[in-house]
Write a protein that binds this ligand. Structure first.
Ligand code: 9D3
Length: 253
């Protein structure tokens, strides 16, 4: 997958390219990343990328011309890599909220172009002319689109085939099947009076699998009832969840 990012702060993307799974995925070419700075595509001598909003109001907006020139350059850059189509996405607080399904949908594409806004956003004519889709991280305010773009990129990289050491772990991730994960423990077996659940030390794989399934249902019921409400549980899952609730109320009594 080839991703072009339009940003006034390309240095921020070192957080992605220099560390961990995302760093390796980009270094090995599982995901190609190019960064395009509107500052480099200004034609006026002061290299202005922002201006005051018509009609008044607080703050500044990103100007149309440098942004459109940058998107054009990014498109040409992708063209040199043999890519003729790239979905143009504007990271915006007014966009649809990104979720796992959206990430898997975008991962199917050959290329995307991510436009990061700064200030109070971008001139609406850029949206009309070039933007296919607006995406948000959620209903809270960031100071720009870069961190949202990086979050989306990180999610895209880790589901590319071969990105994770253990091929199965993307599949085993929470939320791919609508349930949260069971609690996990590592050494020591006892920590300040808190013991690891004995079944995990039993070596009984069937019992462990049953305990984990029960915990997944229970943890989802406790922490994210909204997720559980969207699922159609089978009879075994209903039994496991009832057992979890019994044990939960017994412990709290
Ligand atoms: C004046 C009203 N706001 C626009 C609806 C102003 C505004 C707030 C924050 C304009 C731009 C921004 C910067 N935010 C992003 O670029 C952004 C964002 C976010 O703030 N929250 C969640 N997801 C995203 S994706 C990009």
């Amino acid at each position: 997958m080839q991703v072009a990012v339009v940003t006034l702060f390309p240095e921020m993307f070192a957080a992605l390219t220099e560390h961990g799974i995302s760093g390796r995925g980009i270094a090995t070419g599982l995901l190609g990343l190019t960064l395009w700075n509107p500052r480099d595509f200004c034609r006026d001598k002061h290299r202005n990328v922002d201006d005051k909003p018509f009609g008044g109001g607080p703050g500044m907006l990103m100007k149309t011309e440098p942004l459109l020139a940058t998107i054009d350059a990014a498109r040409a850059g992708l063209g040199e890599r043999g890519i003729s189509k790239s979905r143009c996405i504007y990271l915006s607080p007014q966009g649809q909220q990104i979720n796992h399904q959206k990430v898997t949908e975008l991962a199917e594409l050959e290329s995307i172009t991510l436009v990061c806004g700064r200030y109070q956003g971008i001139d609406n004519r850029v949206i009309e002319a070039e933007i296919d889709e607006e995406l948000s991280l959620g209903d809270f305010v960031l100071s720009g689109g870069e961190i949202a773009a990086m979050a989306l990129l990180d999610a895209l990289i880790r589901i590319q085939p071969g990105a994770l050491g253990d091929e199965d772990s993307a599949m085993q991730d929470s939320l791919t099947d609508g349930l949260l994960h069971a609690p996990e423990y590592t050494r020591p077996q006892q920590y300040e009076g808190r013991a690891v659940p004995p079944v995990l030390l039993s070596g009984d794989h069937a019992a462990i699998a049953r305990w984990r399934n029960k915990q997944r249902l229970g943890v989802t019921w406790l922490k994210r009832r909204d997720l559980l409400d969207r699922l159609e549980l089978n009879q075994e899952q209903k039994t496991l969840l009832e057992e979890f609730k019994q044990e939960y109320w017994a412990k709290r009594a």
